[in-house]
Each structure stands twice: as C-alpha cells, then as structure tokens.
Design a protein around this ligand. Structure first.
Ligand code: GLN
Length: 303
C-alpha cells in the first residue's frame, strides 16, 4: 500500500474543496487563523512516517490535549478517576451545561469540557499550576519524542479572558464537591494545556503510545490504551462522535483549533489539521480527509 500516494491524492482533493467550515471565533486568538491551512501526517507501527501539506506548522491543539491529560490522570490515579467522571457519550455540545445539573456535577465523559476540567483538577491535586503544566508538557514531549513543543501564552490568555462557560462549569462542579481546587486554578491549567501548539508531524508522533499492537508503550498500560481508544471512538467528537464513527470507523479526538488525532489500532497514528470547523466544532476537511484515508486503507476497526 502506497501511503504517500494516498496522502497526495487526499491533498489534491482537499485543495479543491470550497466548503471548509468556519474557524472558531469564540477564542479571539483562534479567529485570526486562516482557514486555508491543511496538513496530514501518518506514523505507522513499523516506524515509517508520511506527510502532506503544512506538516511543520504548529497549531493550537485545544481539546486534543484532553487525551494526554486523561492518560496522565489514569497513570496517576488509576480507576479512582471514574468516580468523578463518566464514560458515556453526552450527545451534547462540548461546552454544554444542561446535563451537569441533572447528573449532580458528574460529567458524562472526560472529553467534554466539564469532564476534561475534572481530569485536569485531578492532576492538579494540591500542586502548583506551573508545576503541573510542566508535567503535562513533559508528557506530551516524551510521547512525541520532541522537546520543541510549547504553550502559546497569547492563546491561553485569550481563552482565559473569555472562558466564562468553562469557569461556570468548574464553579458548578465545585458546588457539587467534584472540583477540588479553586475553579480559577483548574481552569487556568486547562486553558494553558489547550494552548499547546504542535504540528501534525509532532501530533502524529505523540499519538503513537495509543496505537497498541506489538510495541506496547512505556507511557501507559495496554489495558488503558484500549480504554482511551474506546472513549475516543464514543466521545472524541462530542455530539458528532456517532457520525465520525460512521464515516471513519476509527477512534479520534478533535480540537477547535482544527486538529484531529486519529488512531488506527495496531497500525498507525494519524494527525490532520484544517482550521475550518463544522457545526459541532470538529474540523470539517479534517474529517473528510481521514474518511478518505480510512476508505483507501481499509483501516476501519469495523473491517
Ligand atoms: N479550549 C477550548 C474550550 O474549552 C477547547 C474546546 C475544544 O477544542 N472543543 O472551549
């Protein structure tokens, strides 16, 4: 199978797409990004990598960071984490508040914002935010095998200034005893983890620990790798998760920066970036691109 040829064909098709979606504008810094970028990288289990487009340009990983903090939290706290956050798809927008009230401040899953805030709060424990951010960054750099990965502080500040919904979610969970640190602290760490920037080359590299298969990762046990993949498949695209599973058939985690990390278990780690989003806040062309890749490679977990 000629993966480079497949990527080149996908790239050509994407260049011709006129409906690229709209960049996220609720975080002012992200509104500045041009919707014309496109990049896709694949790291395969046999150590090869394939790239097309602007694969060295760093972008805001946003909610893709939730995969790394979940891995860190599971490694640190183990299954205790599941007393504070569920494992069911929410069927609602990533920043929705309605379910939380009905469900007593226990978020449905670790990938909606409320759930990710709990995960970050759990990692924070009683440590200093700066130290914990250092730890998150170290984990991501180690996963990628690349130290040149940084936080964009302008993006973090921009979200901090406008992140009222996230603060509201955190305060609500604090009222239910499910937020152990001051909401400003946990949200502060969360805004900075979301503002980590990576290129698709770096993100595809960083996703290798979720590939499973013959080369078990030192970062996380195989059982936990399977579970994170299950959550990516069922919850990784919020209320678009069912559609992503239907179209692509692979676990994936999106971010409003337009990036998606997709895992073909035992085969490959894939990163795609196109900043224009669909109505659910998932990369529009990114989804089309991995849909094409899954068709061409027959990598769907459903055969
Ligand atoms: N930082 C963003 C937020 O909390 C992340 C959301 C996303 O990427 N879906 O709103």
């Amino acid at each position: 199978m000629d993966l480079q040829a497949i990527l080149n064909t996908i790239f050509d098709e994407m260049q011709g797409q006129s409906d690229r979606g709209a960049v996220a504008d609720y975080i002012p810094e992200l509104a500045q990004v041009s919707p014309t970028h496109f990049a896709m990288s694949i790291c395969t289990a046999d150590g090869q990598s394939y790239h097309v487009g602007e694969t060295a340009v760093p972008f805001s990983i946003q909610s893709v960071s939730k995969v790394f903090t979940l891995a860190l939290a599971l490694g640190r706290l183990g299954d205790q984490l599941w007393t504070r956050v569920g494992r069911e798809p929410s069927g609602l927008a990533f920043n929705s508040m309605v379910q939380l009230e009905h469900e007593n401040g226990i978020p449905r899953n670790p990938f909606i914002n409320a759930g990710a805030l709990v995960v970050t709060d759990a990692i924070l424990a009683r440590n200093a935010p700066r130290e914990v951010l250092g730890e998150i960054l170290r984990f991501v750099r180690q996963a990628a095998g690349d130290d040149d990965i940084h936080i964009n502080h302008r993006v973090a500040k921009s979200e901090q200034a406008t992140g009222h919904r996230n603060l509201a979610l955190a305060h609500f969970m604090r009222a239910h005893g499910n937020m152990h640190n001051a909401p400003e602290l946990s949200c502060g760490v969360y805004f900075h983890q979301c503002a980590i920037e990576m290129s698709t080359r770096q993100l595809a590299q960083a996703g290798r620990f979720l590939m499973g298969g013959h080369a078990p990762s030192r970062l996380l046990s195989p059982a936990r790798v399977r579970r994170i993949n299950a959550l990516m498949m069922t919850c990784g695209h919020y209320d678009g998760s069912g559609d992503f599973a239907f179209r692509v058939g692979l676990p994936g985690k999106s971010g409003v920066g337009g990036g998606i990390l997709v895992i073909a278990p035992g085969r490959a780690s894939i990163a795609v970036w196109s900043p224009g989003l669909d109505a659910q806040g998932n990369s529009r062309l990114g989804t089309v691109a991995v849909e094409r890749l899954a068709q061409a490679t027959r990598w769907s977990v459903f055969g």
